[in-house]
Design a protein around this ligand. Structure first.
Ligand code: FMN
Length: 192
């Protein structure tokens, strides 16, 4: 069975560049035989956090949260696509992630970060690592930082620089390894 690796995009701006990075990495995972559905808070019209999914009585959560909870429970890992806003994590990403908790447990995550500038969003990624650990989906060692996103990838996410495919392949190899390893271990049970 192929790995299910939702790609969570953390920008809802009308001029957002992050959709380029999401499309780029989705294609890489798909070409490795993985399912990599996009979780797009803009398309989903995800509300600002009121109640977490688990705070709703069973069967009473908004439909969008029920659908995401179902996807996340079936997932083998999470790919997080993050910009850097003021050297930190974009609020739309935190808002998306904060709706859930236990649904993430015992799965790895991997961070694709990007920015308009030359640092590729790595300052946000460092803070994101701590958040993802707290959510129970620790991130793998490698990041995939994409500097100057507007010229590195076109609107469809096609790379405009040759290093990108090489870097993405290595990143995907590493993440797939962790996702497969934890899937096997989850099948044997989890500590709680
Ligand atoms: C509120 C805000 C804060 C930003 N802060 C940073 C920053 O700290 N470092 C950086 O490299 N770029 C920063 N930028 C520029 C972003 O890298 C660039 O706009 C990028 O395209 C944002 O991702 P998005 O288009 O997917 O929302 C900022 C952009 C916004 C909108």
């Amino acid at each position: 069975m192929s790995l299910l690796l939702p790609v969570i995009l953390g920008s809802v701006r009308s001029d957002r560049q992050g959709i380029r990075a999401a499309r780029f990495i989705m294609r890489h995972f798909e070409s490795r035989g993985c399912e990599a559905p996009l979780v797009d808070p803009l398309e989903l019209q995800l509300p600002l956090l009121d109640r977490m999914y688990k705070e709703y009585p069973k069967g009473e959560a908004p439909d969008v949260l029920e659908r995401l909870a179902d996807l996340f429970r079936r997932a083998d890992g999470f790919v997080i696509v993050s910009a850097e806003y003021n050297h930190s994590i974009p609020p739309a990403l935190t808002n998306t992630l904060d709706h859930f908790l236990e649904e993430y447990f015992w799965r790895p995550s991997a961070i694709v970060c990007y920015s308009a500038g030359q640092f590729g969003g790595v300052r946000a990624a460092m803070q994101l690592r701590a958040l993802l650990c707290e959510l129970g989906m620790p991130s793998i060692s490698s990041l995939l930082p994409i500097p100057k996103i507007g010229t590195a990838l076109d609107e469809e996410g096609a790379p405009q620089q040759s290093w990108l495919d090489q870097a993405a392949k290595r990143f995907v190899d590493e993440f797939v390894w962790y996702a497969q390893a934890l899937r096997r271990q989850r099948a044997e049970g989890t500590p709680y």
